[in-house]
Each structure stands twice: as structure tokens, then as C-alpha cells.
Design a protein around this ligand. Structure first.
Ligand SMILES: *Cc1c(COP(=O)(O)O)cnc(C)c1O
Length: 394
């Protein structure tokens, strides 16, 4: 049996995932899921989760006396759901600072729970206007929770959370931030960034498996929320926190094997080191830009506004460009590219998440360029606007 497993491990094909999570994982993380069967109610399992919760706070440099981590079984969206439905006192309102798909998701969650909310929208390629945020906070003293997204994964724009958090706090609101696509990649200091709650799931920055999500946040605020209206049975932050604190366990069945993989991923995270890991992601991001620039592709978001993890690319205006065909060509050769998430423009995305390096990106661009040639897409790629600009310049 052991022999069979070892044989299998030698043969796991390495795919380079350039989608925004789940990310490429190491073989050691994959194999960490193969463990003896265990009932998660055993003390051994609880002590592993306790250490995991402490480590998750440590990643964002949280003072363990002030911050805690609460684990949930689910994909990353469960965190947004839980924060919004659990942290709003009765008769109060939520403000969503929205310049992209993931903040829109937060607004949809408010609508589903019938929570009073203001959806403060900004263009997807621009930073939120702090003066407008402040004006809304001033006019609506009943806003008790401000929520936004750190790196809008739909476009790759990095939002000014420290400034938004300072405003939220000035007006007495709790600040929750969807850090799913920055946590454990771009260094975060929870307190300095004025974050009360941040969140992520194991398959993104931690480079582990799907099925485990976690919220890291202010313990005192969670305790206060014990008396807030209960709007969900399964997805309540205080209930899960309380269960962890009193029993050491998740309220309901945890994703056991995913937790073992996450343990391994955390060890690898600390071994690689916060700064070195961030620099590796940045080198991948720069390699993505270099490859795209060489082929003439254009970004949606100004370079200086990009978070360094997601590149959102405009479709070429070439009749032969067919994203699905290019995707399939690359996929068959071990590289996954991903469609965009902007409703008004046709885009695709290349992301710098996961256990990959700049060399993987160089290898990808060889295949990607072959795909463009195979389908007779003009290189450098063609955009009408660029063409007219070139002509005007002549
Ligand atoms: C990936 C991601 C999520 C979670 O998406 P799921 O499909 O539920 O895993 C949430 N927010 C952001 C910013 C993300 O990048």
C-alpha cells in the first residue's frame, strides 16, 4: 500500500495554474492529505487546529491577545457571507466600497440576507474616492460595518485599505476586508492596515487545497457580536468562534484532509518566508507582464494600481482570437489561463498565485505564442485603438 502511494507521488503531473485560485501546489502539500483515517473529534486533531489558528493570525502579524482566527469548511465566499451576516448589529447598516466583482458579491450577500446596505460603486479600473466614502459615512451615522476587497481579483487593482479603514474607524464602524487574493502573498499587517477582519481560503496564498476558509479578526468584536441578530445557523462567526474556544473543534465536520494539507502548506510558508515568497510572486507577475508586452497585449488596469498578483488583459481585436481555443491549446500542455470578470469588457486573466516561478511563466509564453500562431492570431496582437494612435503619430 505504502509502495503504491509512493509510486503514485512520483507521477503527479505538475500543472501550472494561472487562474486566480486554486493555485499550483507542491507535491509535499498534495501528499500531506494521505494520512491515517482519524476522527476529527480526537484531541490530536484539535491541537493541530489550535496551532493552525495561531499561525493564521501570525501571518498577518496580529497580536495574539487581540486577534483570533476562525476556521470554516467552505470556499472563500463563505467568509464574506459570515462576516457580513454576523457582524452587523440590529438596526445598523453596511457600506460596501465596490469597484469590482468581489465587492459586488458582498453587496449581493447583503441583498440575500435583507441587510440594510449602501453599495458605493466606483469604476472597476479606478481607486475608490475617499472623499465620497467620507461623505457617505458622515450622512449615515447608522453605518456600523464597512467592507471592501483588498486585491479585486476580477481586475487586479489594489485598494487603499489602510485609508478606508481609517475612515471607517473615524466614524465608528467595523472594517472587514476581503483579502482572499492577497493573504499570505502580499505582506499584511492587520493592525497597521486598520483591518478588523480579513479572510482567505487555503487554496489561494497558502497554496493548499480547496475546502478550508478562515477569518482572522478582532476577538473583542467577535465577543460583542454574540448578542447581534443571528441570521444564519451554519454561517455564524460568533457560534463557530465560541465552539472553537470551548471545545477546540469546528462546530460541524471539518475538511480533515484539507486541514492536513494546510498544515504542511503553513510549514512551507514559514520556511519560504514572507518577504521571499512575496518577491517570488512579484517575479512571476513581472514575467507575466514581460511576456504580454512582447506580444503586444494590453492591460485593463494601470500598472501602478495593480496589486502584483493578477493581470487582467484585453482581448485582441483580431477575428482569429478565440479565448476558448487558446485556452484548450495551453491546457493540453499543462497551462491554465482564465477568463475575465469584467462585465463591460472582454478580458482574460493571468495570475501569479501558487507554487510557480518566473521560469514557469517563460515556459508558458512559449506555448502561448505557439497557440497564437496555430490559430493565426496576428503578432504583435492587434487593437484598433492602438492602430489609430500609431497612425496619428506618423
Ligand atoms: C477567490 C476569491 C474569493 C472566493 O471565491 P470562492 O470561489 O468562493 O473560493 C473571494 N474573494 C476574492 C477577492 C477572491 O479572490
Amino acid at each position: 500500500m505504502q509502495e503504491m502511494i509512493e509510486k503514485k507521488s512520483e507521477k503527479i503531473k505538475r500543472n501550472i495554474l494561472l487562474n486566480p485560485g486554486p493555485a499550483t501546489t507542491t507535491d509535499s502539500v498534495k501528499m500531506a492529505q494521505i494520512v491515517p483515517d482519524i476522527c476529527p473529534r480526537e484531541k490530536e486533531f484539535a491541537s493541530m487546529m489550535k496551532k493552525m489558528r495561531d499561525d493564521l493570525v501570525r501571518i498577518v502579524h496580529g497580536d495574539p491577545n487581540k486577534y483570533t482566527a476562525v476556521l470554516f469548511c467552505g470556499s472563500g465566499t463563505i467568509n464574506i457571507d459570515i462576516c457580513l451576516n454576523s457582524l452587523l448589529p440590529a438596526e445598523k447598516k453596511i457600506l460596501i466600497i465596490n469597484n469590482g466583482a468581489y465587492s459586488t458579491r458582498a453587496a449581493e450577500i447583503c441583498a440575500y440576507y435583507n441587510l440594510p446596505y449602501i453599495d458605493l460603486k466606483f469604476p472597476v479600473d479606478e481607486l475608490p474616492d475617499l472623499d465620497k466614502i467620507e461623505a457617505i459615512l458622515k450622512d449615515n451615522p447608522d453605518i456600523a460595518l464597512v467592507h471592501t476587497t483588498h486585491n479585486e481579483t476580477g481586475t487586479g487593482i489594489l485598494n487603499p485599505i489602510r485609508e478606508i479603514g481609517a475612515l471607517a474607524h473615524r466614524y465608528g464602524a467595523v472594517f472587514t476586508v476581503d483579502t482572499t487574493s492577497t493573504y499570505a502573498m502580499r505582506p499584511i499587517d492587520i493592525e497597521k492596515e486598520n483591518i478588523d477582519f480579513c479572510m482567505a481560503s487555503a487554496q489561494k496564498g497558502l497554496m493548499a487545497m480547496t475546502g478550508l476558509s478562515f477569518i482572522v479578526g478582532n476577538t473583542e468584536i467577535i465577543q460583542k457580536s454574540a448578542v447581534y441578530p443571528k441570521r444564519s445557523y451554519y454561517c455564524n462567526l460568533y457560534l463557530q468562534y465560541h465552539f472553537f474556544e470551548t471545545t477546540g473543534e469546528m462546530h460541524f465536520t471539518p475538511p480533515v484532509q484539507t486541514i492536513y494539507a494546510t498544515r504542511q502548506a503553513l510549514d512551507e510558508y514559514f520556511a519560504e518566508g514572507e518577504q521571499a515568497k512575496w518577491e517570488r510572486h512579484l517575479s512571476v507577475f513581472e514575467a507575466i507582464h514581460a511576456g504580454l508586452d512582447k506580444l503586444g497585449f494590453r492591460d485593463i488596469i494601470k500598472r501602478e494600481l495593480q496589486a502584483g498578483l493578477v493581470v487582467s488583459v484585453k482581448y485582441p481585436e483580431d477575428a482569429n482570437w478565440d479565448f476558448e481555443k487558446i485556452h484548450d491549446y495551453c491546457y493540453e500542455r499543462g497551462f491554465t489561463i482564465y477568463p475575465g470578470k469584467i462585465s463591460t469588457q472582454d478580458t482574460f486573466r493571468l495570475c501569479a498565485l501558487g507554487a510557480i516561478t518566473a521560469q514557469d511563466i517563460a515556459d508558458f509564453f512559449v506555448v502561448f505564442e505557439q497557440a497564437l500562431r496555430e490559430y493565426h492570431v496576428q503578432i504583435p496582437v492587434y487593437y484598433k485603438e492602438a492602430d489609430s494612435q500609431r497612425k496619428a503619430g506618423l
